[in-house]
Design a protein around this ligand. Structure first.
Ligand code: ZN
Length: 683
C-alpha cells in the first residue's frame, strides 16, 4: 500500500487530538527502541567521544556561572549550546540506560524545572536585540519532552503549560522578533501541539496560530528581496535570480529545520496547500543547490546563486536538522519518501562529517572534498576560516547540535500505527517493545547489517498470540523486494509501493524476513556538468582516497567563535588535518547501455568492531573503471576544482579504482565528472 491507513486512532500511544489532522504515524517513547549493531556502536562512540565529554571542553557547558543552572536566569553562558547538546546527550543516556549520563542530564533538567518564574518564563533571561529570545528555549522544550517520555514527570507538563500561557501574553511586536527565532518558530509550534495532544487545553491552539503568524513565511513565493533576511550575493555580479525570491531564507540550517513549518501548520488547517508548501520548499533548494548525491544541498553557510558545485557543502547542524525534519514529516504524512531521505542523509553524509572515533567533527561536509585543513577556503566556500578542520574545540553550533542525529534516528526506527499495529519505518538492527492489537506488549528483534546487507530479519516475542498488522517500509529504490513468514514466501516482486502489510495472529517465535535487493544505480546530475554518482541500495559510493592524518593543536586551529574551558586538554582532544595520499582526479568510465556491468561489487566480512564507516573496515566496496583528468587539481582557494572548468577529454589510460560508501570516506569524490567519447577500452 502507498500509505498506512490513518482513520483509526491508536489506543496505546498519544496521537493527534481533534481538531488536529490525525496522526499518520505515532512516535514511541524514547527507550522503546534499543539499537543493536552499528547503531549501538555509534551511540557508544558518541558517549566515549565528543558528545559524552563535551562538558569538559566547551565553555558553554561549564557549570560555573551558567545561566541554565542559575535560579534567576542570569549567568554568562546561556544560549543554544546547552540544549543543543542535551537534546542528544540525555537521549543517548535514556536509550543506553546509562545512569551516569542520565544523572548528568538531570543536573541540567532539574535546574530548568526549578527555574520557572512568576510570569511563566523559564531558564536564562535572554534577549535578541531589544526583544526577548525564544529560540534557545525551543530546543530545551525538546529536551523536556524526551525527559517526559522517559520519566512521566508531571513537572514537565506544568512547566510547559505555564510557559505557553506566558508566550500567549507576549505582544506580537515582541514575539519571535529576531533572526533565528522568527525563522525557526516551527520548533516552538511542534512543542505546543505535543502538549495539546496530552492536555487538550484549548489555549494551546490559539498559541499555535499565534506562533505560525509570527514565524517567517515559509510558504512565501516571489517574495520582495528585502524580506529574504539573508545573504544574496550573486557570483560574478548580476541580478539576483527570480527563484531566489521563492524561499524566505537560504541559511543551510534554517532551511533544513524550518522548511517543514507549513506541514506542521497543516495539522491545524488541514489545508493541503500548507502541506504542499513543505514539499515545494524541499524541491526548490534541491533544484538549485542539491543537484548532488548524499541527500543534502550545497550551501556552506548560506546558499549563494552560482555556487552549486558538489564541492559546496552543508553544516553538520544542517544534516541532523534535516534528519529530524524528515522524522517529523514521516509522522505527519506517513509518506515513506521522508524515511528514504532520512536514511540517505544518515547513512551517507552524516557519518562523513565526524571522525570514526567521534572525537572531532567539522562544520562543512561536501560530496566532493579532497583536503581537510586549517586554511581559509573562502570565497570558494562561503565561510572564512578553518571550517574544514576536524576539531573538537570548534564549530560552535555543530559541536553541540550534532548530538541529536543518531539517538533521534534510532527512536524513529519503529513507530506505532493508527490501527494498533507497528511499522519498521527506518531500518537498522534494533529491538522494539510495543503495545499492539488488544494491548499485548510484544517485542520484535530486527537483525541485519542493513544498509550493508539486503536481508532484514524480524523475530517476534509475545506472551500470548496476538493479532496486529506489522508494516514494513519498501524503499523507493528497491526492486523485486520479497517477504517470508516463518520461512514461507508470502510475497515477492514487490515494487513501487510504500509499505507492505502483514496482518495475522502472531505467536511467540514467529519470524519474518524482508529482502531488499540492492542493484547498482547511476545518476546523472545534468545541472552539475552531467556528473555521475553511483549508489547501491541506500548507500552512495565515493572514490576511495588514501587518507593521511596530521594531528594539530585544537586551540591553534579553531574558528573565531570557538570558546573552550580553561584547562581543556589539547593533547587528549587533538584536531586533525586530513590530506590525500592517492590521486583523486578521476572520471568514471561507464557502459551507457548497461551501467551496472561497469562495476564489480566486492563484499567483505562484517567488522569485529561493529563499525563499518572507515576505509579499513567498510565491508563493501565497488571496483570501477576510470580515467584520470590531469587538469583537475586544487584551485586557488585550496578546494577541489569545479566540474564546470574541466576538459571533456582525457588521454590517460583506463584503470581500476575502488569506490567505498560515502560515509566511510573522510576525503571523497562522489559526483564524478563525465568525459565525452570515453571508450571503455584502451584503444
Ligand atoms: Zn552548525
Amino acid at each position: 500500500m502507498d500509505r498506512i491507513p490513518s482513520e483509526k486512532t491508536n489506543q496505546f500511544y498519544i496521537s493527534n487530538r481533534t481538531p488536529l489532522a490525525p496522526s499518520a504515524l505515532i512516535k514511541l517513547p524514547v527507550g522503546a527502541v534499543k539499537p543493536e549493531g552499528f547503531l549501538k556502536e555509534y551511540l557508544i562512540r558518541q558517549k566515549n567521544g565528543l558528545t559524552g565529554n563535551l562538558g569538559e571542553i566547551s565553555a558553554w557547558l561549564q557549570k560555573e556561572n551558567n545561566a541554565w543552572l542559575s535560579k534567576d536566569g542570569t549567568g554568562e553562558w546561556g544560549w543554544e549550546e546547552v540544549p543543543y547538546w542535551l537534546k542528544g546527550y540525555a537521549n543517548i543516556g535514556y536509550i543506553l540506560e546509562d545512569q551516569a549520563m542520565i544523572d548528568e542530564s538531570m543536573v541540567w533538567l532539574e535546574s530548568v524545572l526549578n527555574s520557572q518564574r512568576e510570569n511563566g518564563d523559564f531558564g536564562p533571561k535572554l534577549m535578541d536585540g531589544d526583544h526577548p529570545d525564544f529560540w534557545a528555549k525551543m530546543i530545551m522544550l525538546y529536551c523536556l519532552q524526551s525527559y517526559y517520555e522517559y520519566s512521566a514527570d508531571d513537572r514537565v507538563i506544568d512547566l510547559m503549560t505555564n510557559y505557553f500561557k506566558y508566550e500567549l501574553t507576549v505582544p506580537d511586536e515582541e514575539f519571535l522578533e529576531g533572526y533565528w527565532q522568527r525563522l525557526r518558530g516551527g520548533d516552538n509550534l511542534h512543542s505546543v501541539l505535543w502538549l495539546y495532544n496530552r492536555t487538550g487545553e484549548k489555549f494551546l491552539l490559539e498559541l499555535a496560530e499565534k506562533i505560525h503568524q509570527n514565524t517567517s513565511n515559509w510558504k512565501g513565493r516571489d517574495l520582495p528581496l528585502e524580506q529574504i533576511k539573508n545573504y544574496y550575493e550573486v557570483r560574478d555580479g548580476g541580478e539576483v535570480p527570480d527563484w531566489y525570491r521563492d524561499q524566505v531564507d537560504w541559511h543551510n540550517v534554517n532551511h533544513a529545520q524550518a522548511f517543514r513549518e507549513p506541514a506542521q501548520y497543516y495539522l491545524l488547517t488541514k489545508d493541503e496547500k500548507d502541506l504542499q508548501a513543505t514539499y515545494e520548499n524541499f524541491k526548490i533548494i534541491r533544484d538549485h543547490f542539491g543537484q548532488v548525491p548524499g541527500g543534502m544541498f550545497g550551501s556552506d553557510e548560506n546558499a549563494r546563486p552560482g555556487y552549486a558545485d558538489p564541492r559546496q557543502g552543508v553544516e553538520t547542524c544542517g544534516m541532523v536538522e534535516q534528519m529530524n525534519s524528515d522524522e517529523h514529516l514521516l509522522r505527519i504524512t506517513g509518506d515513506p519518501f521522508w524515511a528514504d531521505h532520512a536514511e540517505e542523509v544518515a547513512f551517507n553524509t552524516y557519518p562523513a562529517a565526524v571522525m570514526p572515533d567521534f572525537k572531532a567533527l567539522h562544520y562543512i561536509t561536501s560530496p566532493n572534498m579532497v583536503l581537510l585543513d586549517a586554511e581559509n577556503h573562502s570565497p570558494g566556500i562561503s565561510n572564512s576560516g578553518p571550517f574544514l578542520m576536524m576539531n573538537p574545540f570548534s564549530s560552535r553550533c555543530c559541536q553541540h547540535n550534532h548530538a541529536q542525529g543518531w539517538p533521534y534516528f534510532i527512536e524513529n526506527l519503529w513507530m506505532a500505527t493508527p490501527d494498533n499495529g507497528v511499522v519498521a519505518v527506518l531500518y537498522g538492527a534494533s529491538k522494539v517493545a510495543v503495545k499492539v492489537g488488544d494491548g499485548t506488549e510484544v517485542s520484535i528483534e530486527e537483525t541485519t547489517h542493513y544498509p550493508f546487507e539486503e536481508e532484514i530479519k524480524f523475530a517476534i516475542s509475545t506472551k500470548n498470540p496476538v493479532e496486529f498488522p506489522l508494516y514494513l517500509r519498501i524503499p523507493a529504490w528497491a526492486k523485486d523486494a520479497s517477504i517470508t513468514v516463518n520461512g514461507k514466501l508470502v510475497k515477492d516482486a514487490i515494487v513501487g509501493i510504500g509499505y507492505a502489510r502483514i496482518s495475522r495472529t502472531w505467536s511467540n517465535g514467529d519470524q519474518v524476513a524482508l529482502t531488499l535487493p540492492m542493484e547498482i544505480r547511476t545518476k546523472t546530475w545534468e545541472k552539475n556538468s552531467n556528473s555521475i554518482s553511483v549508489s547501491r541500495g541506500p548507500l552512495t559510493y565515493s572514490l576511495k582516497i588514501r587518507e593521511k592524518y596530521f594531528k594539530k593543536d585544537s586551540d591553534q586551529t579553531a574558528q573565531w567563535d570557538s570558546k573552550w574551558q580553561k584547562g581543556a586538554d589539547t593533547k587528549k582532544w587533538p584536531s586533525w588535518e586530513i590530506h590525500p595520499v592517492t590521486d583523486w582526479n578521476y572520471s568514471l568510465v561507464i557502459d551507457e547501455n548497461d551501467p551496472a556491468s561497469s562495476f564489480e561489487v566486492m563484499k567483505g566480512h562484517w567488522p569485529k568492531s561493529d563499525f563499518p564507516f572507515t576505509l579499513e573496515e567498510v565491508p563493501i566496496k565497488i571496483v570501477a573503471k576510470a580515467r584520470q583528468i590531469p587538469e583537475w587539481q586544487l584551485d586557488q582557494f585550496g578546494l577541489v576544482g569545479e566540474l564546470k572548468d574541466l576538459p571533456k577529454a582525457s588521454d590517460q589510460p583506463l584503470v581500476d579504482v575502488t569506490l567505498v560508501p560515502m560515509g566511510a570516506a573522510r576525503l571523497r569524490i562522489t559526483a564524478f565528472p563525465q568525459l565525452e567519447n570515453n571508450p571503455q577500452n584502451n584503444e
